[in-house]
Every structure is written in C-alpha cells, then in structure tokens.
Design a protein. Structure first.
Ligand code: CA
Ligand code: CA
Length: 318
C-alpha cells in the first residue's frame, strides 16, 4: 500500500510539472485542464482503492484479533475441560473410596449392632441373676445375723459351762484326792496293770516328797522291771517321778527298794547329771523321771535335780 501511495505522489508531481510547462499556452492550458481532470479522476479512484484496501486491512486485523481471541478462548476452554476432567476423575475416585468406606462402616455398624444386641441380652440376664443373688445374699445375711446371735449366745453358755466344768473338775479332784488318801479305795484312785496297782498324782512335789506320799499310801515310787511295764507307763504320757536315784553315789543308780535296774530306758544322751555340773554348778541331777517330751516309749528316762516339783507314780503289789 505504501508503494501505491508513493507512486501516486510521483504521478501527482509529474502532473504538476506538466501543468506548469504547458500553462503558458491556451491549448496547453486546455489540454492540461483535461489531463488535470483525468488525473483527479484517477486520484479519486486511487484514494477509493486505498480506502478499500484500508477497510480490507482493518477487516483482516479485526478478524485476526477475533481469531486470536477465539483461539485463546478455545485454549482456555480446553484447559478448563482438562481441569474439569481431572477434577471429575478425582471426584469419581473419591466417590469410590467414600462408597467403599461407607460399605465398610455399614458392615461395622451392623456388626456393632449385633454385638450391642447380644450384650444387651447378656446384661439383662446378668441383671436378673444379680437380683436373684442379691435376694439370696440378703437372706443369707439375715440367716448369718441370726446364726451369729445364736453363736454368741452359745459361746456365752459355753463359757459359763466351761467355767462350771472347771470348778466341778477342781472339786472332783479335791474330793478324789481326799477319798484316795483316806480310804485307799480301788479302782477310783488306782490303775491296774499286770496284777500291780499304780497311782498317778495330780499334784506336784519333789522326788523325796513324792516318795514319802507313796509310803503313806502303803506303796512306793514306781519300780520298772520290764519292757511291758515301761511301755504302759510311757502310754500315760505324763511327766512323773519314778523310784530311781543315784543320790547315794553319783553314777550308781538304784531303785527305792535298793535293787539296781535290770534294764534301763534312758533318753538319748541321758543320764547327763545335768549341764549345770559341767558348768561347775552344785545343783546335780540325781533323781529319775519319765520325760513325756521324749517321743520313743523305750527312751523316756531323764535325770534331773531332786528338788524339782513334778507329778509322780506310786506302785503297789496287790
Ligand atoms: Ca546324778
Ligand atoms: Ca538329765
């Protein structure tokens, strides 16, 4: 289009030159006027053409602008479409996950509902059992209270009876001792074994006091002559003096009738004349007892100081 304008300008300049060269003559002026009209006509045509070209260029530019705008819109639409498609895929995936989660939660809810129903039933059953047990407990508590009261009453009665029994036992022992001392009546005071009679005291005396008591009863401190007699006396299970002593000569044991023992039934390590002798004490052990703490019936003898007070056994031959 620039070339067209330049060429038109050159032509206009040529027209002006011709007009100037021929202006000096009339013909020249007429011919120049005709040429000038033709040039103007051509100039109008060229100008119109330029306008058309300009219009076309403007149209093309607008179309290009519109085209570019549509392309951008299309691109944007494509991008939006892709984004929507991506979002749609994400939403679909999320929907599937939610569906799976919903199914799992529904299943868990059903399981929990079943468990809840079962537990509710068990709770109700336990409640019923608890009520029954509570009632039984209350009944037992009532019975226990009654029994406790009865037990306390019985305990009181038992204590009273025990005290009365002890008093009666004491009275009985006193009466029995008095009777045995005064009358020597058999068998209330004496025990028979192998045609011999044995008196077991309830009192406690020294060995010599015991020996004198037996003499008053027409008897003597027991003399053990056989294994059977030893077992019989061991079966009484009582700590008592027997009629054996070495007080005349240390280490020489004799019965109260002066005879030596034919068979001895000493406990292990006995006779030891007492630990006090080894500790340079004057309190020797010269009288023999049946010691009930020694368990074996044939190992029951022990020597101990004669002034110790324990029970005793008298023996007499019928
Ligand atoms: Ca001795
Ligand atoms: Ca001893």
């Amino acid at each position: 289009m620039a070339r067209f304008v330049q060429r038109d300008e050159l032509e206009i300049m040529e027209v002006n030159e011709d007009h100037l060269m021929r202006a000096n003559s009339v013909e020249g002026r007429q011919q120049a006027a005709q040429k000038h009209e033709g040039k103007l006509y051509r100039l109008v045509l060229v100008s119109f053409g330029l306008l058309c070209v300009t219009q076309a260029a403007l149209n093309i530019s607008l179309r290009l602008i519109l085209y570019n705008s549509d392309a951008q819109k299309l691109e944007l639409l494509k991008m939006e479409r892709d984004q929507i498609k991506t979002s749609n895929n994400s939403l679909t995936e999320a929907k599937d996950q939610l569906q799976t989660s919903y199914n799992r939660l529904t299943k868990q809810r059903d399981q929990l509902q079943t468990s809840y129903n079962r537990l509710t039933k068990q709770r109700d059953q336990l409640q019923i059992r608890c009520n029954v047990l509570t009632e039984e407990r209350d009944q037992l508590q009532t019975s226990n209270n009654i029994l406790t009261e009865e037990r306390d009453q019985l305990q009181t009665s038992n204590n009273i009876l025990t005290e009365e029994r002890d008093q009666l036992q004491t009275s009985y022992n006193i009466l029995k001792e008095s009777l045995c001392t005064q009358t020597q009546t058999y068998p209330h005071c004496w025990i028979e074994f192998n045609s011999n009679w044995y008196y077991v005291s309830n009192e406690r005396k020294t060995w010599e006091e015991s020996r004198q008591d037996c003499l008053r009863r027409g008897a003597h401190l027991v003399i053990i002559n056989s294994k059977e007699e030893q077992k019989f006396l061991a079966g009484l299970n009582k700590r008592v003096w027997i009629g054996l002593t070495d007080r005349e000569e240390e280490g020489t044991w004799t019965w109260v009738d002066g005879s030596p023992p034919t068979t001895a039934y000493w406990g292990q390590t006995q006779p030891d004349n007492g630990d006090n002798v080894r500790q340079s004490s004057v309190r020797t052990e010269d009288c023999a007892e049946l010691y009930n703490d020694y368990s074996h019936p044939l190992n029951k003898w022990n020597d101990l100081p004669c002034d110790v007070k324990i029970s005793w056994i008298c023996e007499k031959v019928v």
